[in-house]
Design a protein around this ligand. Sequence first.
Ligand code: BES
Ligand code: MN
Ligand code: ZN
Length: 486
Amino acid sequence: MLITVQNGTGLHAPTDLAVLVTCEESPLPTEVAELLEATDHRGRFKQTTLLYPRGTLAPRRLLLLGLGKLATVTPDGLRQVAALAVQQARELQVATCTLSLQAHLTLPPAVVGQALAEGLELGAYRYQRYKTGLSSEQTFTVEGVTLYTSADAAALHVGVTTGQTVARATCFARDLANGPPNSITPAALGQAAQELGQRTGLRVTVLEPPQLVEQGFGGILAVGQGSANPPRFIVLEYGQPAADQPTLCLVGKGVTFDTGGISIKSADKMDEMKMDMSGAAAVLGTMQAVAELGLPLHVVGLVCAAENMPSATAYRPGDIITTLSGKTVEVLNTDAEGRIVLADGLFYAQRYKPQAIIDLATLTGAIVVALGPHATGLMSTDQALADQLIRAGETTGERVWQMPLWNEYREAMESDIADLKNASGRYGGALTAAGFLAAFVGDYPWCHLDIAGTAWVERSLKPYQPWGATGVGVRLLVELLRSYGQ
Ligand code: BES
Ligand code: MN
Ligand code: ZN
């Protein structure tokens, strides 16, 4: 989508659709009030009123779109309103429209521009790859939006560019997680990473089973051994280690389909387990944005990709495996596979001596029970890093909620016959999972993000978030990385 920025109201520019963002304090600009009957429009948040000016104003259609009370406007409110605007334009089959925001907001113009661009791009997202025979009406796309502002247009445009970059990276992650598991295999994730490297200049290495065996990735190999789609370990590197460029490692769970393995899941909603690679998708999306934004950091993305299948070659409950770290794990439940693949990825991250390790994983059903779809679970060994993520969650609307990581949760994962076991009781399931992971990060500052509840939504919760994969983590991590250290 082409998004441009201009000063002015946009009411004098001929267009098929002018969207006028209104607020409760002044629901109708005098210019509009004098000409048109729209007395029911109150400027309430997400209220829409469509008017046909019939030549009294330059636009053919005028959509009044409420932002609510000016004093309480947040970036997320702007994002939602922008998404509604683009969805209305699509509904009306309008290829280019204007969006006019005249309200004097206290938010900086760059923040406003970023939120609007994110709302437009994310709100326009649809996953149609496997729909054949769609009509031109069904595939209709809004090609351009001109933003009219009374604020500093150049500053707003800087935000628009950032917002578009971040939103496109989010849509890239959504595409991967919405993709069916017969297409999005571990090899396909490796391929997507290679293509990402070619697009952006990221250095990408994809390790295949012979190399995984040689280097001792016992966790990833064990989880992947039951599948005809062999596992991969993917390394994406941006920037260089340097005194003024902190190193951060992002580790993603890339289970391309989670049947549960021999500890098989029930059939109900098993199809949704194609999204069990959402952590990997978030890492790939974030790496794309980091490269395109040219952030002054050294960022390493690590993806642990495997398919968890039951078969004659699958790993079993009772198996003891040796992970990359040398630590042994007694497998009590093959459905607790995420922590096993992450054990290798987290340990691998230590070789970069990073300032921070952050992993993203659709790790537990327990976090879904605890937080639902409204927040990502956060468990951490470093409060400063955790606080930065919490703050990034508030600015992006990708909220994170911290849960404890007391020693008791680590002790719960001690095995009688190996160093660790991969499952304990049901209670505190998200926390004992984190307790397991903690054994593989050494003393490095680490945050674990359990996105099982937020990576996939059964219904649209916000206009910029359609049903299905959310791409959660991309906007959160990019915000963290952009503000890192500040
Ligand atoms: N991928 C699942 C977790 C999950 C659940 C993700 C719901 C998205 C939505 C994970 O691999 C899993 O199966 N976890 C088990 C662990 C248990 C066996 C210790 C769980 O949470 O039930
Ligand atoms: Mn599982
Ligand atoms: Zn899983």
